[in-house]
Design a protein around this ligand. Structure first.
Ligand code: URA
Length: 186
């Protein structure tokens, strides 16, 4: 078993897929090891690539507001992505890129050992839950895989493109908050 910082060092040197050629920074993820909720996005965008931090662009600002709306802070959650390097022009990561990178996410999940996993958007849900996952139909549903409670909701970037998705995402965040509370009270 790696320590989280050892894993980060390995990931930062990764040449496992062509995305390393165009990255500025690897976006490993951030949060405390003991945090119980892990959010998993798709991959870094421009601002994340520039800073090496997840969800710091416009979608990240909305994500912060969504956390705040259910009384959560970044410090209380762990944030990672399916791919750790930015796909050029913010295209969706290719399947081979996801396949090559997801091993790192598996290690991250093993180390952090969260109770709750939240897939942000369909790329994340398809890699974590089911390859044909339909976000519009199956978001907001809790799945149990081993010890993990997993839910998918809209990606904040999708909400920015279509405000109508906001209400459903808000319901999902409340559901996440409720499960988190019920676990803390055990
Ligand atoms: N979108 C993602 O999926 N992840 C980030 O880190 C930023 C934007």
């Amino acid at each position: 078993m790696y320590e989280l910082n050892e894993l980060e060092t390995i990931v930062k040197k990764c040449h496992g897929c062509p995305l390393f050629k165009t990255r500025t920074n690897v976006v490993f993820g951030e949060g405390k090891e003991e945090n119980q909720i892990m959010f998993i996005g798709e991959g870094p965008g421009y601002h994340e690539d520039q800073t090496g931090r997840p969800f710091v662009g416009r979608a990240g600002e909305l994500f912060d507001r969504m956390l705040d709306a259910v009384d959560l802070t970044r410090e209380e959650v762990y944030i990672a992505n399916i791919v750790k390097c930015r796909p050029p022009n913010n295209r969706n990561p290719f399947e081979e890129e996801c396949r090559s990178c997801i091993e790192f996410l598996r290690w991250q999940v093993k180390i952090i050992n969260p109770d709750i996993l939240v897939c942000l958007g369909s790329v994340s849900a398809r890699n974590i839950l089911q390859s044909d996952f339909k976000i519009t139909k199956n978001r907001g549903v809790w799945y149990k895989k081993g010890k993990f409670n997993i839910i998918a909701t809209y990606h904040p970037a999708a909400i920015l493109r279509d405000e109508k998705k906001k209400k459903a995402a808000w319901e999902d965040f409340k559901s996440i908050r409720n499960l988190y509370d019920s676990m803390k009270n055990k």
